[in-house]
Design a protein. Structure first.
Length: 112
């Protein structure tokens, strides 16, 4: 049987790793998440389990899945697909169409 227990220390370590990978301070990252720096410090140290809302915001800011944050599941989408999904949900359809046309143009420049 699979163990679905929540490990606050592991969640905190993953949050810290995401923050450091992005080169952000705790204060700056906390501001992005709409939480206090002290609450983020407690999460990163494994002393608090973040609420579902905070976990969702961390996943969005960190460009990872909730499965990864909670369970460390690395079977999530590849980095490019996650970035595309984030961009797709952040911008209007018209801007995305223009960006895709521009990307296709640049990709075709390398074609012999």
């Amino acid at each position: 049987m699979t163990d679905f227990s929540i490990n606050p220390a592991a969640i905190g370590a993953r949050v810290r790793k995401l923050r450091k990978k992005q080169g952000k301070t705790q204060a700056y990252y906390a501001d992005l998440l709409y939480i206090s720096p002290s609450y983020l410090a407690l999460i990163e140290s494994g002393k608090r389990i973040p609420t579902l809302e905070v976990l969702a915001q961390i996943a969005k800011v960190g460009d990872v899945t909730l499965d990864y944050l909670v369970f460390g599941d690395k079977t999530h989408l590849d980095e490019e697909q996650e970035t595309f999904n984030r961009l797709r949900s952040s911008y209007p359809k018209a801007k995305l169409k223009n960006a895709l046309k521009l990307a296709e143009y640049f990709l075709n420049l390398d074609t012999p």
